[in-house]
Design a protein. Sequence first.
Length: 507
Amino acid sequence: MSRQTNKNKLRAGARKIDKVLLFRSPLAYHSHVGHEDPHPPLELLLLAAALRNYVETRVLDGQSRWRQESPFGRQRRMGLSDGEILAEATKFSPDLIGISVTWHNQVPMALHCAGLLRAALPNAVIVVGGIAPSSSPEVFLASDAIDFVIAGYGERSFPLLCQYLSRGGDLSQVPGLYRRDGSAVVGNQKSGLFELDSVPFPAFDLIDLSHYDSGYLHGHHKAFPVAGYLPTRGCTHSCTFCSLPAVSDKIFRSHSLEKIIDDLRRMKNEFAIREVHFYDDNLLQDPAFAKKLFQEIILASLDLPWLAEAGFAMWQIDEEILELARESGMYRLDLPIEAGSDRVRENIMNKGLYKNDGVSETIQLARKVGIERVYGYVIVGSPGETLGDIRATLDFFRQLDLDYRGVRFAQPFPGTLFHKICTENGYLAHDFELSRLWFDIANIQTDDFSVDEVTAMVAAYRAAALIQEGRYDHGTAMTEIAKNLGQHIADAACRIVPTIPKPSIGA
């Protein structure tokens, strides 16, 4: 279908929208770096709840059958096959298909599925939304398979788009709607979604929660079934590596405490959900609200273990918050430590809100109040860092009393300042592509370090930790590096940590 034909077909009022299919594509990942465990698609369930009173709505989650794996180019895919997707979609025969895309590394798979659906259902309107489309709508609108992008929150915009397409209306009034105008991409102002309590309860009845047991089986969750929830939205900060401002415009809003408790109670009593993950951008953006929330959860005796996926803002943590969080059911504290250098945190990441000595104190505080698990995460390889900075972060990180240490490579996500710096200065890796935009893959190289150098340094420190824990001997650790990352990385890792001998694959 040509773009001109598409443009003519999609005049406001030109197409009746009676049936909507909400879709998430199968998970695609590079097998040597792993993947994020599939979770119930909260974003689709929120949209479904907002739509179902107006149009017939179904959810098709391509990641629901996570045990089913197959090749996808140089990657692996996890979830439904092309044939299964097309069989479900054509059987329903929707008038509009909404595709959710969170991470940029999933863009190639999402575009692949959009092409499949366009060929099978040529008259359907195809719309994409989520973090990735919000920060780079032009990437998606370059595909003839996609008609619109909705940036920001879709609970208002999506129903309004369906209404305008069906009955007529000015598409320029749909918040966050991006579309093609000839060769240009034009967009509307996003909606801050101020009244969060107007968002309906997620449509958990449209999915089978038993399909999402991978995290539980892999030991990442405490109870099952698990589902996500959003007590708040937005974050007012401007971290240089973060894509979320493209969705929230740095506006922070929260549900009422009554609505949150009612929703959590429904999740437990009506859908037998036994663990909740809060997907907030910054749950501690307003510490006073967070404390009241934890107190209300305690008073309601919900008995639901929970964790905050984005972690707790280091600069907002105090003993009272940790005690209330633990008593209300938080069993794992995730700490976005980010760097082991105050200079990097402040001048490069725009996150100079806490110092190194505060990190150790926070961990000690978490141990004192009895948090069951304490995880920490750092980012290395940012534009502006040196190899010395990276080594300092890894040395600092290794000394902390943590149950898990997550080392992530800085990523030039489109729409972030990191991406702007990298594209303007030629810092993107020579083999950079969207599918590589994941935290276990280095994609930035500068005058101070190469991709291989930062990869080898992280690999060496990970190997040293495994050896120290007694999980690997020296030879096995280096063999694993060579097998997964190449012999040249293993050789470089040996030079960084001389105590680890140089092996060869198969040794």
